[in-house]
Design a protein around this ligand. Structure first.
Ligand code: GLP
Length: 251
């Protein structure tokens, strides 16, 4: 595991965007695994800025997203498809047909999970998977459980996740209770993983996930087993981690 501790959210976004850029420059037709949530927004803004300056080219890149709410259509502002279009895809030279997410409106959930697994496989797997961290240790929508989830599956979200996500919905709007998510196996099969974590409220779960036992009740703890993972965290989120872990500390 490679750890980078940087001062704040802005620096975390810059460092992570640098790593993603390096991937695109080294392999222009790479498959990027992308994430939603508030943490990656700064990364996407930085990538857009570098694209506009002419430093990045996305025309051969393919993307797969980790998850999508069930029962929400792609034109709903709360859908992860909408989020990705607004925060990244609409601002760079990537064709929509090169971007893949589970279809929240699919009639047959099982068939949709199979389709999404097949998409990942047909693309040749994910070269670099970007991940955020949920407050209860979830990655994508793999919630704490008795066992690690495998391929793409449909999950019931925990109350804490629904609560955390409700801040992104308008008052009175129903927060979806179910979602499609890549499984732990799909995530672990990515050739490289980039985990980004920001904020004091994530310090305890980051510490547990990175240094504690590998258990399905803390899904992110499995990342300790990945052969090529880089963790970029701001100082607040890194507060409980030992300084020896860090390859580079920007003070
Ligand atoms: C959601 C997403 C996750 C994300 C998590 C943390 O549940 N499905 O992929 O990592 O939220 O979000 P945030 O970055 O807003 O804290």
């Amino acid at each position: 595991m490679r750890f980078y501790k940087v001062t704040d959210y802005k620096e975390m976004s810059r460092k992570a965007a640098n790593i993603i850029s390096a991937q695109i420059i080294l392999k222009p037709d790479c498959v990027l695994g992308l994430a939603t949530g508030s943490t990656p927004i700064g990364i996407y803004q930085q990538l857009i800025e570098w694209y506009k300056k002419g430093d990045l080219d996305f025309h051969e890149v393919r993307t797969v997203n980790l998850d999508e709410y069930k029962g929400i259509s792609s034109d709903n502002p709360q859908s992860y498809r909408y989020f990705m279009n607004q925060n990244l895809f609409n601002h760079i030279n990537i064709a929509q047909e090169h971007t893949f997410l589970p279809d929240g409106m699919a009639k047959d959930s099982e068939a949709e999970c199979t389709r999404f697994n097949d998409v990942i496989q047909l693309l040749g797997g994910v070269d670099l998977q970007l991940l955020g961290l949920g407050h209860n240790g979830h990655i994508a929508f793999n919630e704490p459980d008795e066992a690690f989830g495998k391929g793409t599956h449909c999950v019931a979200l925990t109350e804490s996740t629904i609560d955390a996500n409700s801040r992104l919905f308008r008052e009175g709007e129903l927060v979806p209770s179910h979602a499609y998510t890549m499984g732990i196996r799909s995530i672990m099969l990515a050739k490289k993983i980039l985990l980004v974590v920001s904020g004091k409220d994530k310090a305890e779960i980051l510490y547990k996930a990175m240094t504690g036992p590998i258990i399905p009740t803390i899904p992110a703890s499995i990342l300790q087993m990945h052969p090529d993972i880089t963790v970029v965290t701001d100082a607040d989120a890194a507060a409980l981690l030992d300084d020896k872990l860090f390859a580079q500390t920007d003070k």
